[in-house]
Design a binder for this molecule. Structure first.
Ligand SMILES: [Zn+2]
Ligand SMILES: [Zn+2]
Length: 345
């Protein structure tokens, strides 16, 4: 099968690897749609690898035992290879599982554990069925397109009474607007890149604050009668944005960190005791919430078409990565089985 490899700084190409085969509870999925996430950072730095990608939707093409899925099922692939047996997995919080499968040891195969590829192996219980009327493209937004911000909003019980601030309108943050609107939230975005700020407004953000302009905190306070927002989700992983959000949240408000990275200083007195904030680390979403997330997807079709701004055959990976570096895009989808040039938008 073909997989994407990064072969040098800003250089990528397809490579041939052996086809994986279904094994035990791991079904074989033919990957149809691959939303791109933060892999472009590795493309920019040139770290050589052919293990890329954690988001996908596709069709089950091989199983070895009676299973939760059968050949022909359309599924979204959930990330990681959690154990499925520990208390966290049993509660649906598999994303925090400490006992990840040793993929190579369990399957005896070296390929099939990444999504920038034509095939993938995944435990049947981490393959989420796609409702009949939902396309692969839209369903694949159940990965990072919508998943992390959906999970954060579930954790914070965000609802129509709330104004929420979301920092970072990249491949994760933009979906937060769609999740927010679905719940009746008022969404204020933080973003400096013009393309993404414009897309945030198009998706339905009430306002977009440019953190590089004068007094972003004052602007947020002006939009919230001087009280601050009820909830904040950071999708940047950047300490300055995290700090802006914490300062912009009202007393007794809530904060969810979704973006990775950064050494943020939290002041126990001013931030925690006097403001009474609740901070959440929130990675993905609970598996028990899949039906709810599928409702968001089913009822947000038009907005998802706005969120997905570009589509490329996987053969055109070089151009797709180069586009992502410009940030002039929302969610970008790769298609592992399409011919070069057939899809570029
Ligand atoms: Zn587990
Ligand atoms: Zn992702």
């Amino acid at each position: 099968m073909k997989v994407v490899g990064i072969i040098g700084e800003r250089q990528s190409q397809l490579m041939e690897e052996p086809d994986p085969h279904a094994h035990g509870e791991l079904a074989l999925v033919k990957i149809i749609a691959v939303p791109m996430c933060t892999e472009y950072k590795g493309f920019a730095s040139g770290e050589q690898t052919c293990c890329l990608g954690h988001e996908a939707a596709g069709e089950v093409v091989e199983v070895t035992q009676p299973s939760r899925v059968k050949v022909g099922d359309r599924v979204v692939v959930m990330p990681l290879y959690a154990c499925g047996q520990c208390p966290l997995c049993l509660k649906g919080d598999y994303i925090y599982c400490q006992h990840q499968l040793d993929f190579q040891k369990v399957t005896g195969q070296a390929t099939g554990n990444v999504t920038y590829a034509q095939y993938l192996l995944k435990q049947d219980w981490l393959l989420v069925p796609i409702p009949d009327k939902v396309s692969y493209d839209h369903a694949s937004m159940a990965c990072c397109g919508l998943g992390p911000t959906f999970g954060a909003m579930q954790r914070m019980q965000a609802d129509a009474f709330d104004t929420i601030l979301i920092a970072g309108m990249g491949p994760v943050g933009l979906g937060g607007i769609i999740n927010g609107l679905f719940r009746g939230l008022r969404v204020i975005a933080v973003e400096s890149h013009p393309y993404r700020a414009k897309l945030a407004l198009k998706l339905g953000a009430t306002a977009v604050i440019n953190p590089q302009e004068a007094d972003p905190l004052g602007q947020i306070m002006d939009l919230t009668h001087g009280l601050g927002v009820d909830k904040f989700i950071d999708c940047t992983g950047v300490p300055a944005a995290q700090r802006l959000g914490i300062d912009a949240v009202r007393r007794r408000g809530q904060v969810a960190f979704v973006g990775e990275g950064g050494n943020l200083n939290i002041h126990v007195g001013n931030d925690m005791l006097r403001k009474g904030l609740t901070l959440h680390g929130s990675w993905h979403f609970n598996l028990g919430d899949v039906p709810r997330l599928m409702q968001v997807i089913t009822k947000s079709a038009k907005l998802l078409d706005e969120l997905i701004t570009h589509k490329f055959a996987m053969e055109d990976i070089q151009r797709a990565f180069e586009l992502q570096l410009t940030k002039n895009c929302g969610k970008v989808i790769l298609y592992p089985w399409q011919k070069s040039g057939s899809l570029a938008t």
